[in-house]
Every structure is written in C-alpha cells, then in structure tokens.
Design a protein around this ligand. Structure first.
Ligand SMILES: NC(=O)c1ccc[n+]([C@@H]2O[C@H](COP(=O)([O-])OP(=O)(O)OC[C@H]3O[C@@H](n4cnc5c(N)ncnc54)[C@H](OP(=O)(O)O)[C@@H]3O)[C@@H](O)[C@H]2O)c1
Length: 280
C-alpha cells in the first residue's frame, strides 16, 4: 500500500483518516479523498492534511488502496460511476463481475454495513481485491473494535499491512462472514446502548446530589475501568461482579434490583431488535 483513497469522508471516514495519519502509519500526503460536497471536503482536508479530489476518476488514479466510506445505499451509485468512468464511451454498462471498472487492480477496504465480500463479488470483477471491515465510533479515540471478515481476497502481505494500518484505532477481531452481522450489532450499536447507561446512572447520581458535570465523568470512568479490568484479567464478568458483592452488602442489592427490572433481558432484547430488523 502506497496511497490510500477514501470514497466518502464523513464521520467514520474522518475517524479512520485521523487515526491512520496521527499514528504515523501513513503520511497525510499519501491520503486522498473524494466526496460530493467539495466545500466540506476541503474544510476537513485543512484540518487533517489529506488531499481532497474532485472526482472518483482522480481518486482511482492516485490511490492503490481504496476505503469505501460512504453510506451503504450510496454504493450502487458509486460502483456504477466507476464502471461508467472506465468505459469512456459512457455507455453505462451494468455493474457485474464481467464488467471492468476503475477499481480493477486495486485493494478495496469497505466499511459499509452489509457490504461484505459476497456482496461485492456479485458486482465487481476478481481483479478487485476486497476486505470488509466493521469499525465502531470509539475508533475515534483509539479504543474501537474493528471486525475483519475472515474471508477476503487481499494478498496475505497486503492484509497484514491493512491490519497494521487499522491497529492504532483499537482492537482487531477476525470474524467469520456469517457472524459479521451480529458482531456489528454488538460492537457498532453497542456504544449507543452504553451511552444510555451512562446517562441513566448519571441521572441517578444527580438525583442524590452529585453535580451533573461531575456525574458523567464518574460514571464513564467507572464503565471504562470495569471494562479495562475485565479485558486485562480475562476474568469472567460474573467472577468480577462476585468480588464486589459482599454478603448482605449494598452492591448485591443493586444487582438484585437490576435483575428484578429485567436488565439482562433488556440487553438481549436490544440485540434481538437489531437482528429482527436486519432480517426484515
Ligand atoms: N458511524 C458509524 O458508527 C459506523 C460504524 C461502522 C461502519 N460505518 C459505515 O461507515 C460508512 C460511513 O458512515 P458515516 O457515519 O461516516 O456516514 P456520513 O457521515 O454520512 O458520511 C458519508 C460520506 O459519504 C459521502 N458520499 C455521499 N454520497 C457519495 C457519493 N455518491 N460518492 C462518494 N461519496 C459520497 C458523503 O459526502 P458528502 O458529505 O459530500 O455528501 C460523506 O462524506 C457507512 O457505510 C456505515 O455503514 C459507520
């Protein structure tokens, strides 16, 4: 990988570009991006230092590795443009594995929900080397989870380079294709559920007199610390819970109240709701 090109530079594109550049894994002058709103793109480029481009054609001329970072529903349109631009007659050939596109010969790293290797293989030729990665928003602060679909068509050395590029953004987990959906539900939607928990416990702290400005960091650091302890020790969460629930003590009363109000079932139901929606 020499030059990286982003198709789309929104929230997640910026998070990735920031992590890649700030960690020194790639120089800003080797990072290019295209997005339709050129004013916004140029503004973001000023802050991060990447090079804004005005067309997909220019982007594919500059970059050997492309990150597909637009919305899932925008990808069909992007692929059609990449086929049209290859076919300079502009005949608008259908996007199929038999149709060449400007992605041929490139490595394509896609972060768009639902666009896994199988989805791209229905559209693109085998000249495009493909890897599906699902990051989450804590990647913005180097504490993300990056799910790497285990099936991919990158060259082995190239895949190592891509893993290395993503490594400053957090933990990398290899996931079989059929678990990318549930994995993405837990890690991609999970931050919103934890945010709800932070808000709820902060409300409880405020109820008993803690100033709001103090309540959020107290709760967030508690969640962060408990998660870090579990990761560092590898201990079962129930064993960690048992360590702080002394017989007849206060914590066990709180645990019992959470069970009474269906905390565990509510967590599982939140994931059921996502998976049911994905099926529909
Ligand atoms: N946010 C997350 O937590 C998260 C987590 C995992 C994966 N993802 C995936 O990351 C992708 C981007 O999400 P996001 O939250 O960053 O979205 P976003 O903030 O809305 O950014 C989308 C970007 O795509 C650009 N775009 C729109 N139409 C385009 C086109 N025709 N050609 C090229 N670029 C186009 C937009 O440019 P303009 O602003 O100029 O229109 C914008 O820069 C999605 O596929 C999502 O599934 C997101």
């Amino acid at each position: 990988m020499q030059n990286l090109g982003f198709i789309g530079m929104g929230n997640m594109g910026k998070a990735l570009a920031t992590g890649f550049i700030k960690s020194g894994k790639i120089k800003a002058e080797n990072v290019f991006a295209y997005a339709p709103n050129q004013e916004k793109l140029k503004e973001n480029a000023k802050g991060l230092g990447f090079i804004p481009l005005s067309s997909l054609q220019e982007l594919t001329e500059k970059a050997d590795t492309i990150i597909m970072a637009c919305k899932p529903q925008q990808i069909d349109g992007v692929l059609q443009k990449l086929v049209n631009a290859y076919d300079r007659q502009g005949n608008g050939a259908a996007v199929t594995p038999d149709t060449p596109s400007l992605l041929d010969g490139k490595a394509l790293i896609s972060i768009a929900a639902g666009w896994d290797l199988a989805a791209y293989q229905e559209k693109l030729s085998d000249q495009v080397r493909i890897q599906f990665v699902m990051p989450n928003t804590p990647a913005m602060v180097g504490s993300g989870v990056m799910l790497f679909e285990d099936r991919n068509t990158l060259q082995p050395k190239e895949r190592e380079q891509i893993r290395d590029l993503f490594s400053p953004l957090g933990m990398i987990a290899e996931i079989p294709s059929h678990l990318m959906g549930i994995g993405g539900a837990v890690t991609g939607c999970g931050p919103a559920f934890v945010d709800l928990m932070i808000e709820a416990y902060a409300d409880a702290a405020v109820k008993y007199g803690v100033p709001r400005g103090l309540a959020y960091p107290l709760v967030s650091q508690t969640i962060f610390g408990a998660a870090k302890l579990q990761l560092a020790t590898g201990m079962h969460p129930a064993a960690l819970k048992d360590q702080v629930t002394s017989p007849g003590g206060t914590t066990i009363r709180g645990v019992a109240a959470l069970e009474e109000y269906g905390f565990r079932s509510a967590c599982i139901a939140s994931i059921d709701a996502i998976m049911d929606f994905k099926k529909s």
